[in-house]
Design a protein around this ligand. Structure first.
Ligand code: EPZ
Length: 418
């Protein structure tokens, strides 16, 4: 396994280009299963997770080629309808092949994704919705076997909580279903909107983009799509927070400030200077980082995927900060590691009380999940001394060329065999 070595205490200067969004690219790639023919997806990041879903699609019979950031995918011949445990266990988002396979082929067998470090992460909403649309589901041997003898039918689905991949799976199932599907309490994340754009470009009839109610009139047939992946708002937020922690002045190119309303408001409240343009953000750090409170919420609230990174910043603030995690039940795995670096954090149920300290100290720490590892990078960039982060395969799931991007900003970061 590899580890990251960061020599902290250096301000960040310069500009970097934000990559396409991991959590948009995954459903866009899954949606190519809906229709045979060549689909083209631009601005696709080359990450562990995007490589995993392409291996999964290959295992189903798809072919693909990458030219730079553009993926061409052809799912003409699907000669296997089973997504194996070996692949699904490495990436829960593999469940996104269930909806499109069922819609197009009338059957699918997908391994149930296990839980993960941040929580149990059930998929009951996905399964309940597909059942309402006429699928027969069998759960056995850790797999869900889904079948529909005469195609899916539209239904009214109401999610208990706005599930992102739940909304995406049902969107893909609904575009080829007979009749009308209404998804209530739908997720409003920009990645869902990116998928809606792709499905509409295939000829789907979808109303309600970016709202909590989506109405889909099933189509008889669709055509292959061409779509561009939106910029990664979580990568954008991670680098903004890194400047807040390490200091300096940075411009982020090819990003979309409109996808980060809650974060930009909160970072300005800490004193960070942020100037937005249509597709770039300039950020510079003031002398003091003021403490703020945050509570994670579904979009457009503060993103749970930036909670760990913000906690690293609040560890260096001038006061007390209360960070409340409302989406996942175990998303404080980074706390113990940050405390090894000198952070003062007390967990109280689903809240963490952070008392800012003058300085963090470099230490040997371990990444436990994707965003926790990003939090340790933020802390390591600011800390005095050297930080070694082990198990950085977590990081490589969701951050394209992070070492090169940080080096371009003047950070002393390198990757070594652990
Ligand atoms: C997506 O996960 C993202 N992943 C996550 O990003 C992100 O943290 C999460 O949305 C919340 O924004 C992708 O898009 C690939 P949910 P998802 O269904 O869809 C509960 C990252 O770091 N729930 O919106 O799996 C669930 O337990 C990853 O990039 C059910 O109970 O999340 C959670 O409490 C981590 N039953 C809440 O809903 C279900 O059937 C929201 O989960 C589905 C969800």
């Amino acid at each position: 396994m590899d580890k990251l070595i960061i020599e902290g205490g250096r301000k960040l200067h310069g500009e970097i280009r934000i990559s396409g969004a991991k959590n948009a690219a995954l459903p866009l790639i899954a949606a190519t299963l809906l229709i045979p023919g060549w689909h083209v997806i631009h601005n696709v990041p080359d990450l562990r997770d995007t490589r995993t879903i392409l291996v999964l699609l290959e295992s189903l019979g798809a072919i693909w080629k990458r030219e730079g950031e553009t993926l061409s995918i052809n799912t003409e011949t699907l000669n296997n309808l089973e997504a194996s445990y070996d692949l699904v266990k490495t990436m829960r988002a593999s469940i996104l092949v269930l909806g499109p396979l069922l819609a197009r082929m009338g059957k699918a067998r997908v391994s149930l994704p296990g839980g993960c470090a941040i929580g149990a992460r059930p998929i009951d909403f996905h399964l309940q919705a597909l059942t309402k649309m006429g699928a027969d589901l069998d759960l056995e041997d850790g797999y869900v076997s889904a079948f529909t003898d005469d195609g899916l039918s539209g239904a009214t689905i109401c999610f208990d909580v706005p599930s992102v991949t739940g909304t995406e799976n049902i969107l893909m199932a609904a575009v080829l279903a007979k009749g009308v599907t209404v998804i209530k309490n739908a997720a409003r994340e920009p990645e869902v909107g990116n998928l809606v754009d792709m499905l509409i470009s295939m000829g789907a009839d979808i109303a309600g983009r970016d709202t909590d109610q989506l109405t889909i009139h099933g189509a008889k047939s669709l055509m292959p799509a061409e779509v561009t992946t939106i910029p990664d708002r979580i990568e954008t937020g991670t680098y903004l927070i890194a400047v807040g922690a390490a200091g300096g002045e940075v411009t982020l190119k090819n990003c979309n400030p409109a996808h980060l309303p809650a974060l930009l408001e909160k970072l300005r409240a800490t004193g960070l200077i942020i100037k937005e343009s249509v597709n770039s953000i300039f950020v510079s750090k003031p002398s003091i980082v003021h403490s703020i409170d945050i509570k994670t919420q579904p979009y457009p609230g503060f993103p749970t995927d930036l909670q760990a990174q913000l906690m690293a910043l609040m560890s260096l603030s001038n006061g007390l900060s209360v960070i409340t995690e409302t989406i996942f039940e175990n998303r404080f795995m980074h706390v113990a590691e940050l405390k090894r670096m000198g952070a003062e954090i007390q967990i109280n149920g689903n809240s963490a009380i952070v008392k800012g300290v003058k300085q963090l100290r470099g230490a040997q720490v371990m990444a436990t999940d994707l965003r926790a590892s990003a939090s340790l990078v933020v802390a390591g960039l600011a800390a005095k001394g050297v930080t070694e982060i082990s198990r950085i395969y977590h990081l490589e799931r969701g951050y394209e060329n992070m070492v090169e991007k940080l080096q371009a900003l003047g950070a002393r970061v390198s990757k070594e065999k652990d």
